[in-house]
Design a protein around this ligand. Structure first.
Ligand code: 3PG
Length: 396
């Protein structure tokens, strides 16, 4: 059920779970993307005359009140994005919340303090959930990026109040369905990033679902080494050689092509503009490390993107934060964006570094969907259930 099913809500107290876990430096929000993403839901509910009560977490205060994890510091950015004055209550339950809600007029917006200041939140404690539910008539979840957590505000509330997906949750689920749920084939996945160890479940799941899996970034070295290639001083998890082999065996069984680097850009130092050269992966010097995939590999990756009808992308192909080792990531991102714009590709990307990489390439807006979710996007790629989504789907 979505906001389309929510008519006649003037005067109703709508508890909206949003993700305001945004980057903050010196008390200032440095990237408001997540706030921008939830704005349409908040504005729509406010326009319909609801009393919009925002629930969110910030950081990991572990059930304690931690001053620098107060949501009050996010308030100015929320006001800016919404172009409205948002009220604030110093606690998400009890008297402060009740008093602030009692003072609301129809269409008002109120932000409640960090739900994780209470131990009950992460435990999905029934008493805490009931205390949250006491403040609302309706529950809307617009926080896909927190939906991998079975917490009171992300899952528990949907058992106590009529529950609906917000606009961002809806868009996210529709995009993900196109990505891996019921995708147009062939499906190509690009997975990069530093380490295999953080993405074993994801790789195991993907080889069963996609037609080709491009492995880039530091994790490609682990696969090359497992295959017997000497990767010199490149970042490599040698202890995961067996895991990498197992993933390649699973891929062969599932007829998923594994695309590994054929050549790489190597350097002796990990720094911007370090002296570098392009070498075949079978000729990586013993004292050098691979910091990006090379031109032949870029050509191969872009050819896979051209062949694909669907692309799912998580993680950069090289050390994109330092020039010129961003070349492959930027090239593939631009190519995927062009194919998407030409109507030939559905492109879905997500995960912290990926969004930064696509922004760096200047093409994030040209992808079909770029998820701001980190952990939730990974768990979705791993094929794991997302409690916050599952409970919404069960609503009658
Ligand atoms: C995120 O930032 O990915 C979400 O807000 C979830 O945060 P968490 O990993 O602390 O649960």
């Amino acid at each position: 059920k979505t906001l389309d099913n929510l008519t006649d809500i003037a005067g109703k107290r709508v508890l909206v779970r949003v993700d305001l876990n945004v980057p903050v430096k010196d008390g200032k929000v440095t990237d408001a993307t997540r706030i921008e993403r939830v704005a349409p839901t908040i504005q729509e509910l406010s326009k319909k005359g609801a009393k919009v009560v925002l629930l969110a977490h910030f950081g990991r205060p572990k059930g304690e009140v931690v001053a620098d994890m107060s949501l009050q510091q996010i308030l100015p950015a929320v006001n800016d994005v919404l172009g409205a004055k948002v009220h604030f209550a110093a606690d998400c339950i009890g008297e402060p919340a009740a008093a602030a809600i009692a003072a609301m007029a129809n269409g008002d917006i109120l932000l409640l303090e960090n739900t994780r200041f209470h131990k009950g939140e992460e435990k999905n404690n029934p008493d805490f959930t009931a205390a949250l539910a006491a403040n609302g008539d309706i529950y809307v979840n617009d926080a896909f990026s927190a939906a991998h957590r079975a917490h009171s505000s992300t899952e528990g509330l949907a058992h106590l109040l009529p529950a609906y997906a917000g606009r961002t949750m809806q868009a996210e689920l529709e995009a993900l369905e196109k990505g891996l749920g019921n995708p147009a084939r062939p499906v190509v996945a690009i997975v990069g990033g530093a380490k295999v160890s953080t993405k074993i479940d994801l790789l195991m799941n993907l080889v069963k679902k996609v037609d080709a899996l491009v492995i880039g970034g530091g994790m490609a070295n682990t696969f090359l080494a497992a295959r017997g290639t000497d990767v010199g001083k490149s970042l490599c998890e040698h202890d995961l050689a067996d895991t990498a082999k197992q993933i390649m065996i699973e891929a062969a069984t599932a007829t998923c092509a594994i695309v590994l680097p054929e050549d790489g850009v190597v350097a002796r130092e990990f720094k911007a503009n370090a002296e570098n050269e392009v070498v075949d992966v079978n000729a990586i010097p013993a004292d050098a490390m691979m910091l990006d995939v090379g031109p032949k590999t870029i050509e191969a990756v872009n050819a896979w993107i051209s062949r694909a009808s669907t692309l799912v992308w998580n993680g950069p192909l090289g050390a994109f934060e330092i020039a010129p080792f961003d070349t492959a990531t930027v090239s593939a991102a631009k190519h995927a964006a062009a194919e998407t714009k030409a109507g030939k590709l559905v492109s879905v990307a997500g995960g912290g570094d990926t969004v930064a990489a696509l922004n760096h390439a200047g093409v994030a807006d040209d992808f079909t969907y770029v998820s701001t979710a980190g952990g939730a996007f990974l768990e979705w790629m791993e094929g794991k259930p997302l409690p916050g989504v599952d409970i919404l789907r069960q609503q009658k």
